[in-house]
Design a protein. Structure first.
Length: 456
């Protein structure tokens, strides 16, 4: 099953949110416009009702000259300012009535009258919807009126067909739908452009990866945003590591074959002689072969390390090593100072750091007179740790010589002369280095540079 791309996922998510927000906006605006148009209609009817009430003249009940009773009535009302009240079935009407009799009505009602299911029993304004004389819905505004010094009540109603409101609302909805549709289209287009521009580094990353797979490039070379730049750097480190693995494997195979060739030839010639082979000579050649095999096995173990994700605390590792060697060399009474930040972390496996630092600290213990200082500074993303002693030290030429495989300046001290060389090889595998120089204490200063652990 084919999965959605990251771009499509973001596009669908953003599009879904956009659609939901636009629907909510459309519904809200529609309700607001509906309430607004209805409020405008009520305001217009209120003005007509006020005008009608201002022109209203009431004839109270009385007796004529013949003592006949003349009931309560409404005097004829002059024409209102709105001409549609005089046009038959114009959609705008007024009516004055008691609870059981229509007293006056507008000419627009012609021969019909407005029928209400209920009358407003309060003296305030009441608005409701009912059917009009033509069967269309009417918006009615009604007020109850009481005659002065009388218990008589009558109701004044002004009504207008709400179809005009519906038509206006339909026009608003149509314009709103078109506007929101165009807005949604524009927003989706902008989101698409934003995603295309924002994800362009990933497209570039994929192209570079294809070029690396085809052998056109060895590393990622473009500058990437800070969100993926650490990933690109780690991949470049991994590529370097694998390239070093290949080169190291070829070099180790060639070196081991070349290193074992001479001892094997000597042993073969010695065994081919008629007299018994010389035991010391064979032991010497076997010792050389063992040194070569030990060295190349150590190098292979170093090369096989997975560098990504490795980390350790130099202060903690050095403190453990010092604790062990202080017991081993307790009779020497050597003072050791650790003078660097405990929070520093390097991108090195703890066992490898123990191998490197342990060789250097042990070497310092062997040659120090009374004092060892272990310090560290950070320079260009590297932790430069210096292990200095106050021993006899060595010349610059000897400093370079002891870093070569199997070279020893003191043949009386136990070992094969591989410790410093292996430490230097390990440092190089971690993109660091080991430098030996004269210390300010008078002895040797071993400066081990290793990469700091990145903190994202």
């Amino acid at each position: 099953m084919k999965r959605f791309s990251l771009k499509n996922r973001l596009l669908f998510a953003a599009g879904g949110c956009c659609v939901v927000l636009i629907l909510i906006t459309g519904f809200t605006v529609q309700r607001y416009m509906q309430d607004y148009l209805r409020s405008e209609l009520v305001t217009k009817l209120t003005l007509s009702l006020d005008e009608l009430l201002s022109r209203l003249e009431v004839q109270p009940p009385t007796l004529d000259s013949a003592n006949r009773y003349i009931p309560f009535d409404i005097m004829p009302i002059s024409s209102l300012s709105e001409p549609r009240f005089n046009q038959p079935y114009s959609g705008l009407y007024w009516q004055i009535q008691t609870d059981n009799k229509v007293l006056k009505r507008s000419r627009s009602l012609w021969e019909k009258k407005l029928t209400f299911s209920h009358l407003n029993n309060e003296f305030g304004l009441d608005d409701f919807v009912t059917d009009g004389p033509t069967g269309k819905a009417l918006m009615v505004l009604q007020q109850k009126v009481k005659l002065p010094d009388s218990e008589m009540f009558f109701w004044v109603s002004v009504a207008q067909e709400s179809s005009s409101l519906a038509l206006a609302l339909q026009g608003v909805n149509r314009s709103l739908l078109i506007g929101l549709g165009l807005l949604a289209l524009a927003v989706m287009l902008l989101i698409l452009l934003q995603l295309t521009w924002g994800l362009r580094p990933l497209t570039t990353l994929r192209k570079e990866l294809a070029e690396i797979e085809n052998g056109d490039k060895a590393h990622f070379q473009h500058h990437y945003p800070q969100e993926i730049d650490p990933l690109v750097k780690d991949i470049n480190r991994l590529l370097d590591h694998h390239q070093q693995l290949l080169e190291k494997a070829r070099t180790n195979a060639g070196n081991m074959a070349h290193a074992l060739k001479t001892p094997l030839s000597i042993m073969q010639n010695e065994l081919a002689l008629p007299q018994p082979p010389q035991r010391p000579l064979l032991q010497q050649q076997l010792q050389q072969m063992r040194q070569h095999i030990e060295y190349h096995l150590s190098s292979s173990q170093i090369a096989a390390k997975q560098l990504l994700g490795a980390k350790c605390s130099p202060h903690q590792q050095c403190r453990s090593a010092v604790s062990a060697f202080s017991r081993l060399y307790a009779s020497r009474n050597i003072a050791v100072e650790l003078t660097f930040d405990e929070a520093l972390t390097v991108a090195v496996d703890g066992r490898d750091f123990d191998e490197m630092a342990g060789n250097l600290i042990e070497n310092a213990y062997k040659w120090a007179t009374s004092r060892i200082v272990i310090s560290a500074v950070v320079v260009d993303g590297l932790l430069q740790m210096t292990i200095a002693d106050d021993g006899p030290g060595m010349s610059d030429a000897d400093c370079q010589l002891v870093l070569d495989r199997g070279q020893r300046l003191d043949e009386q001290t136990p070992g094969h002369g591989l410790g410093l060389n292996i430490a230097a090889e390990m440092a190089r595998m971690y993109q660091g280095k080991l430098v030996l120089q004269r210390a300010s204490l008078g002895g040797l200063a071993a400066q081990l540079a290793l990469p700091l652990r990145n903190r994202l």
